[in-house]
Ligand binder design. Structure first.
Ligand code: ZN
Length: 144
């Protein structure tokens, strides 16, 4: 037995079971198929449902993945805000002071200008770009 999703000329959708696709063709050709709602025999196979379900499932999975990513980013932001100090635009200065032992070693984050980034790199001071989404408070920033 095979199942077809059928649709009548008035867009009523219903299911029909047939022993084969030839059985469906024969019933359709002889006008035996009719809509259970309006009784018309103007009935044809509907676009198969599984493709619709698959698209919806993919969409739901994409939403789940986006939620998981947002949750992960939130955890990273939380971790950074707990373990690192926000030194803002003084990052290069602070990183240099920590590197040369003038300040206690600790995790810091902040902003640097491209020339500062280059200078830190030349001095062998470890600094890694932090994606905006991982910066503590990024979720609270207004989108302008
Ligand atoms: Zn109908």
């Amino acid at each position: 037995m095979i199942r077809y999703n059928l649709i009548c000329q008035s867009d009523h959708e219903f299911e029909g079971w047939f022993s084969s696709s030839a059985d469906y063709d024969a019933q359709a050709a002889s006008g035996l198929l009719c809509c259970p709602i309006c009784s018309t025999s103007k009935v044809e196979k509907a676009i198969m449902a599984p493709s619709v379900k698959t698209a919806r499932k993919a969409e739901a999975q994409a939403v789940d993945a986006a939620k998981a990513m947002a949750a992960m980013a939130a955890k990273i932001r939380e971790g950074i805000s707990k373990t690192c100090e926000n030194v803002g635009s003084n990052f290069a200065e602070e990183a240099r002071a920590i590197h040369y032992g003038e300040k206690p070693e600790r995790g810091i984050y902040g902003s640097v200008t491209p020339p500062e980034t280059q200078a830190l790199k030349e001095e062998g001071i470890a600094a890694h770009p932090l994606p905006d989404v991982f910066v503590p408070g990024a979720d609270k920033k207004k989108l302008n």
